[in-house]
Design a protein around this ligand. Structure first.
Ligand code: GLY
Length: 321
């Protein structure tokens, strides 16, 4: 009897201790930003099309916000938001990806966890329905960071992600652009998400079909950690969209973090330096969140599909400046 009482007291202590530690680690603060690509989307587009994009951005944002609001992780929020955008034919990632010159689809994606700088990426995959989910498995289940082409597709089969025929990614809209047969200056609609959760962990993810009419085997910035994607809990998380070659050349995502870390820039100063001063006009844009939950969505193109939500009640989506 006496022993049972003692056990009960010990268990009660453990429960109180666990709840206290949990409460200390949790700030009930979150911020999430998303993009659906930067480019030349015209203000004269039909209202019905604008509505489709804005509603899709709202839907994506809500998926992430619900996860974060309920104490979920930024890792889950970023993956699930990008899954939605990959499955949405309006965007150039997953279903709706652009065509290569040989009429196929090759997809790239990466994800990075700012908690420990772990990351995973896939490039040139052809049968993976949701490349961001395979990138996450690369990060969590392998000792490597980047898989490309056939090996990446085979890894996806081995790790049990959803497999689809290459024709699954086809949409008539992208096929019409393919028939025009030229690399557009920037076709846009790469997707990305950056979030900080209640526990102060920043995660960034990016997924894309690349550039319209790209040469088979061409890889852009989206699966290149430091170029199209980066996250560090000590500074910020960044996801890019634009002409991949320029974002690789200028190591854009890492440089935003580096300007904060080594030069003491604010998130705003660092993002504006890279987009307005380092990159040429019409190169693209970035979304970013810093360790205090501040956010930026900066672009030097006509438009960038984007959205932000946070624990202070902000919930906004936009296309133009
Ligand atoms: N930013 C996407 C790409 O260039 O592939």
């Amino acid at each position: 009897m006496k022993q049972n009482f003692l056990y009960s007291i010990i268990i009660l202590f453990i429960v109180i201790f666990t709840i206290t530690i949990d409460a200390q680690n949790k700030s009930n603060k979150y911020t999430i930003v998303i993009h659906g690509g930067a480019g030349g989307f015209s203000k004269n587009s039909p209202d019905s099309l604008k509505e489709l994009y804005l509603n899709s951005l709202k839907e994506a944002l809500k998926i992430g916000q619900d996860i974060l609001k309920n104490g979920g992780t930024s890792l889950d929020a970023v993956e699930k938001v990008i899954n939605y955008l990959e499955d949405n034919h309006l965007f150039n990632a997953g279903k709706g990806a652009v065509f290569t010159t040989d009429g196929r689809h090759e997809l790239d994606a990466s994800i990075m966890n700012g908690k420990d700088l772990s990351n995973g990426a896939v490039a040139g995959v052809t049968i993976i329905k949701n490349p961001i989910s395979l990138a996450r498995l690369v990060m969590e289940k392998t000792n490597n960071v980047l898989f490309a082409g056939r090996g990446a597709d085979e890894l996806g089969i081995k790790l049990g992600v959803e497999i689809v025929p290459n024709s699954y990614f086809h949409t008539d809209e992208q096929y019409l652009d393919f028939l025009k047969g030229s690399v557009k200056k920037y076709s846009g609609e790469t997707v990305g998400c950056v979030a900080i959760d209640n526990y102060g962990n920043i995660v960034a993810g990016t997924s894309t079909g690349g550039r319209n009419y790209k040469i088979p085997g061409r890889i852009g910035d989206s699966p290149i950690i430091g170029a199209g994607n980066y996250a560090d809990n000590n500074t910020c998380g960044v996801s890019a969209t634009g002409i991949g070659e320029l974002f690789i050349k200028h190591t854009v995502a890492y440089n935003v973090s580096a300007l904060m870390k080594f030069k003491g820039y604010t998130l705003k100063q660092a993002c504006e330096e890279m987009i307005y001063k380092v990159l040429p006009d019409n190169a693209g844009g970035i979304i970013a969140v810093d360790k205090d939950g501040n956010y930026e969505m900066v672009f030097n193109t006509t438009a960038m599909f984007r959205g932000v939500a946070n624990s202070n009640g902000v919930f906004e989506v936009a296309i133009w400046k």
